[in-house]
Design a protein around this ligand. Sequence first.
Ligand SMILES: [Mn+2]
Length: 304
Amino acid sequence: MKKDLLISHVDLDGISPNILMNLTGRCYEYRNIEISEVDKTFDEYFEKGFDEYENIYVCDLTLTKHVYEYLSTHELNIHVFDHHESHLFANEYPFVQVKVDINGIKTCGTELFYLYLKDIYKELNTSIIKDYVELVRELDTYTMIDDRALNLNNIKDTYGNKEFIKLITKRLKKDKKEFEFTAFEKRFLKVKNKELTRYLEKKEKEMKLYEINNNTVAVIFAESNKSELGNYIAKKYLDIDFVILIDASSRISYRAFKDDVSVSKFAEKYNGGGHQKASGSPFTDEDRDKIVKEYFKDIKKLEN
Ligand SMILES: [Mn+2]
């Protein structure tokens, strides 16, 4: 029997499809990649072909015109599930399902994939799996109602993706009503959340306000806990249109709080994209070079 192929993102919404695939019991190969690796990854598969695979699934990734040129001209058993606004153009292809919301409620890659899989694999129709998918959806669409979704993301970061996928797969096989943290995780989260509170307060002090394109924005340099930080600032500062979180080692994240402000459009101006309320743009080697040059003035770049 042929195996399946899963190509998905690297965050919680991107790796939860791996967990769902594990629960189907299907044999599959997977690649969890960054958005910037889409072309490179697909080119590798275009070269070797998809003959080895029964079903090909793509989740939580915005594919490019380049990728669609190939996919739309080859007979493949492929399904694409995504919820990024900037990917809506791809709905013209019958094998693509890009939805930003379902009946007015924001959706995510994992949920769209789950809704598809659970009709085929009835064993996925349990309340614990449904609850887990809902937590992923809340975190990824920034609609958390309590700490559970943030806590889930927190333990994912601590275990690392590989270990997390293994642990959660096992846990979701249990016949429980809700997804639960272990006693150890609960104790750990308590300590971790104390540390987080101190971090948020420190970042709040460093926050600077600016006006950009008629928007009042808060700028914070932050390398971690971006969702928590955005959420924390949003609740406290109601006059701010959005927060810019600069992670100089990788990317700039944008978090909006008001319904009439879209940071997806804002990010597009800087070669980025994403969702209306949460988006990002790359912060590249060139950008980092510029900072070093601006700060130290008389410098010469060496190769390493
Ligand atoms: Mn997502």
